[in-house]
Design a protein around this ligand. Structure first.
Ligand code: ATP
Ligand code: MN
Length: 463
């Protein structure tokens, strides 16, 4: 590997007067009449560029330095000096500049401001912009925050499968996985013969690691998964992706209350962590993307989250002086307009809503004694809406079987899941957090397509 100092270090810990070599990509070059050039170099280690001063005394000044364009990659060796310029403490006085890779007038990132829509069409170059560099660093720090939160509490990180034979919730929205030749499908009695397929039966991409996480929770106690999840839902919204990352803790010997407490502690921990580790990038989002994001996070750290039941929520909504597109009544699912109203107008803090009607929730959620509601929880935040969905799981064999049947699922497909209730069943709970929705909340980015490196949505699978 080539020896280099990261610009982040050069701008912070490395002392003025030191000789360093940096490598990165040129953002701009300006030439002064006095016979030297300013070259702004960014290497992705931090938001800030390092300003390089290139004097005409450099041996390749005329032949190369004056031909450097936006997008070139360079290696610069020089002395770190105190900068006379406003807004930066240090600059690099070049002793040697080598162009590692040339660029040209056709480099797409010439303008200072490109629309996010345009940038989506050049996913191979957009990480070189300030916004997408910052998002990548925030995603990285947030991932670390998630792991350290769970690791500090003794949770075991479990890798649940991406290809599964089961449909977690019977909810549809599945991507099929097959090795069959789609132009020549083997048939048997008028239907596709999956016995001839790779797995000998239909297979899908996972929509959630929950059911497998439950298996591990009922052996190891507290576990979590953090991996990609796939949903073939055609909701073309700013909050849905076909491929997204989900964090799913699952805890044995834990009830709904403990589950809610963990979710609240978890979010606060993550916000606290990124506020400490990513302040420079967050300031960028605050100034350029969404004024208020930092304060929003700081207040979520200090505020009590509201906790209400679904029944209370419907009560508030039906008395609300607001026009809803979808009228609400007990038994209907809350639409995002309702969630936002509760969060942004009524409570003005994140809300946890619990105990939903069993008809609108999946079969595995534990029935309450009223036999009408289940121990579900959704956590809603201002701006983004639902960010976490979870529940206490049904741990009673007979009730679970009944719910599987009521949901028109085949109990035989869930024999192993039922087994967990037959052999050493225990109260247990967990939730799923949409990682990209969390990143939207942290950065203030409006569209979920812009907080994942390579978004997959209906009609878009990339290059
Ligand atoms: P929604 O009603 O918003 O579609 P959901 O009820 O389908 O969400 P769950 O199945 O409970 O969501 O999934 C858990 C979490 O995963 C959600 O709270 C959300 O943060 C995230 N999530 C769900 N679907 C998507 C998606 N298509 N793209 C990105 N994140 C998602
Ligand atoms: Mn959904």
């Amino acid at each position: 590997m080539l020896e280099r100092t990261r610009i982040q270090q050069a701008l912070t810990t490395v002392e003025i007067g030191s000789t360093v070599t940096v490598m990165g990509w040129v953002r701009t070059r300006r030439d002064s009449k006095a016979g030297f050039s300013f070259i702004e170099v960014n290497d992705g280690s931090c938001l800030r560029n390092l300003q390089v001063i290139a004097d005409r005394g450099l041996k390749n000044y005329q032949d190369e330095v004056l031909k450097i364009q936006t997008g070139c990659s360079v290696r610069v060796t020089g002395t770190l000096a105190a900068s006379p310029a406003k807004g930066q403490e240090k600059e690099l006085q070049a002793e040697e500049i080598e162009v590692l890779g040339w660029s040209g007038q056709d480099y797409p990132l010439q303008k200072k401001h490109h629309s996010f829509e345009f940038l989506r069409s050049i996913a191979h170059l957009r990480p070189r912009t300030n916004t997408f560099g910052a998002i990548a660093r925030v995603r990285n720090a947030t991932s670390m925050a998630i792991h350290s939160f769970f690791q500090e509490r003794g949770f075991v990180y479990v890798h649940t499968p991406i290809i599964t034979g089961s449909d977690c919730e019977g909810a549809g929205e599945l991507f099929k996985v097959t090795a069959l030749d789609l132009n020549h499908l083997p048939a048997r009695q008028g239907e596709v013969d999956f016995e001839q397929d790779f797995f000998g039966r239909p297979a899908n991409l996972t929509v959630s690691g929950q059911l497998e996480a439950e298996i591990y929770a009922l052996a190891l106690g507290n576990v979590y998964t953090f991996g990609p999840t796939f949903r073939a839902e055609r909701s073309n919204t700013s909050r849905h992706l076909a491929e997204f990352w989900m964090v799913e803790p699952e805890m044995a010997f834990c009830d709904l209350q403990g589950n809610v407490d963990l979710a609240v502690d978890f979010l606060k921990y993550v916000f606290d962590y990124v506020l400490e580790k990513c302040l420079e990038d967050l300031n960028f989002f605050e100034e350029r993307i969404d004024p208020g994001v930092i304060k929003n996070m700081e207040s979520m750290v200090s505020q009590e989250f509201a906790r209400i039941t679904y029944t209370e929520a419907v009560d508030i909504l039906s008395k609300a002086q607001a026009e809803f597109e979808f009228p609400i009544s007990w038994g209907e699912d809350l639409q995002s307009e309702h969630e936002r109203y509760l969060c942004e107008r009524v409570f003005r803090v994140p809300i946890v809503i619990t105990d939903y009607p069993k008809e609108i929730k999946p079969f595995y959620m534990k029935m309450n004694d009223d036999l009408r509601t289940v121990r579900a929880m959704d956590l809603l935040v201002p701006r983004v809406g639902e960010i976490i969905g979870g529940s206490q799981r049904e741990d009673d064999y007979d009730r679970l079987l009944q719910r599987i049947e009521e949901s028109h699922l085949d109990p035989e497909d869930y024999w192993w899941y039922l087994d967990l209730r037959k052999f050493g069943t225990a109260p247990h709970s967990g939730f799923g957090l949409g990682f990209e929705r969390l990143i939207q909340l942290i950065t203030g980015m409006n569209n979920i397509r812009d907080v994942i490196p390579f978004p997959r949505t209906p009609g878009n699978v990339g290059f």
